[in-house]
Design a protein around this ligand. Structure first.
Ligand SMILES: C[S@@+](CC[C@H](N)C(=O)[O-])C[C@H]1O[C@@H](n2cnc3c(N)ncnc32)[C@H](O)[C@@H]1O
Length: 260
C-alpha cells in the first residue's frame, strides 16, 4: 500500500492555519490570466468552475468576485475550514466540498477545472493518469482545464542552487518558523522534502515525496484523457519569463470523452 503523504502533511493539517502566512502568491494576477484564457475559449463570467485542490480558497474567492460560479474541492478538511472562513469574510457563498480529486463523480456540469499546485502531490503513476480522467467526468465537452505543476528540469536547477526555503512570521507576538529542505532524487524524478514548522513550544517535522512533471508526461496524460489544444506557459502570464519560474502552466480543452 503506497504511503499517503497528503493526509499526514502538517502543512495541510495541524498547521493549516499557517498556510497563507507561509505561501504568498499573486492571486489577482493569476486569476486575471485564468480569466483571459477562459475568455479566449469562449467561456465567460458566470461559467461554472471547479477549483480542484482549492486549499484555503484564495483562488475561489478571487474568481467568484470576478463573476464566476466557483466550487472548491479539497481533501484537507482543515484547509477547507480556512477557505470557508475566507469566503464568509468576503461576503461570498462558495460551496466547498471535502473530497478527492481522483474520484470526481460524473455530472458534466462544469465549464472549467483549475488545479493549481496540486498534481506534484500525486506520486503514483496510476494517479497521475487517473486525475485527468477524473476531471473529464465533471467537465462538459469543450470545457477547459487550467493547471500548474513543477517542471522537473527547471526544479533540478532551482533546487540545486537553493535547496532551502525558510520563512519567519510574527504571529500574535511569537515567531512562526517554517523550513523546507529539498533533496533531488534524479532516478525517480522525486523531490524528497523535509518540512519543519516551529511555533511556541511545538515543533513538527515531516518527510515526504513530491513528483515533478516533464512537459511530455503532462501532455501525454492530458491527451490520453481527451484534452486537446494544449498550450504550455512558464507562469500565469501570456509572456514568456524563461528561467524565472520552475513551473509549467498548462491549458487544454476537453475534445472527447474517452472511456477507460
Ligand atoms: C500546494 S496546495 C495548493 C492549494 C491551492 N490550489 C492554492 O494554490 O492555494 C495543494 C492542495 O492540494 C490538495 N490535494 C492534494 N491531493 C489531493 C487530492 N487527491 N484530492 C483533493 N485535494 C488534494 C491538498 O490538500 C492541498 O490543499
Amino acid at each position: 500500500m503506497p504511503i499517503d503523504y497528503v493526509a499526514g502533511r502538517p502543512f495541510y493539517g495541524e498547521y493549516a492555519w499557517a498556510y497563507d502566512l507561509i505561501i504568498s502568491r499573486n492571486h489577482r494576477q493569476e486569476c486575471a490570466f485564468i480569466e483571459q484564457v477562459l475568455t479566449g475559449l469562449g467561456i465567460g463570467r458566470d461559467a461554472a468552475i471547479l477549483d480542484a485542490g482549492c486549499g484555503t480558497g484564495s483562488y475561489c474567492v478571487e474568481l467568484t468576485q470576478r463573476g464566476f460560479r466557483v466550487t472548491g474541492i479539497d481533501r484537507s478538511s482543515q484547509l477547507l475550514m480556512f477557505a470557508r472562513k475566507k469566503a464568509a469574510a468576503a461576503g461570498l457563498e462558495i460551496p466547498f466540498v471535502d473530497g478527492d480529486i481522483l474520484s470526481l463523480e460524473v455530472d458534466r456540469q462544469y465549464d472549467a477545472v483549475m488545479c493549481r499546485g496540486v498534481l506534484n502531490d500525486l506520486v503514483e503513476e496510476r494517479d497521475r493518469i487517473q486525475v485527468f480522467r477524473s476531471f473529464t467526468a465533471i467537465l462538459r465537452l469543450g470545457g477547459a482545464l487550467i493547471l500548474d505543476v513543477r517542471d522537473w528540469e527547471k526544479t533540478v536547477k532551482t533546487k540545486k542552487a537553493k535547496p532551502l526555503f525558510h520563512k519567519e512570521v510574527d504571529v500574535d507576538g511569537d515567531i512562526l518558523e517554517f523550513t523546507s529542505k529539498s533533496k533531488l532524487d534524479l532516478t525517480n524524478r522525486f523531490l524528497r522534502v523535509h518540512e519543519k514548522h516551529k511555533y511556541r513550544d511545538d515543533i513538527s517535522l515531516y518527510d515526504f515525496i513530491m513528483k515533478c512533471w516533464t512537459k511530455e508526461e503532462l501532455v501525454r496524460n492530458m491527451n490520453a484523457a481527451g484534452f486537446g489544444d494544449i498550450e504550455l506557459f512558464d507562469s500565469y502570464t501570456p509572456k514568456s519569463v524563461p528561467n524565472k519560474t520552475d513551473r509549467i502552466v498548462a491549458t487544454g480543452v476537453l475534445m472527447a470523452f474517452i472511456s477507460a
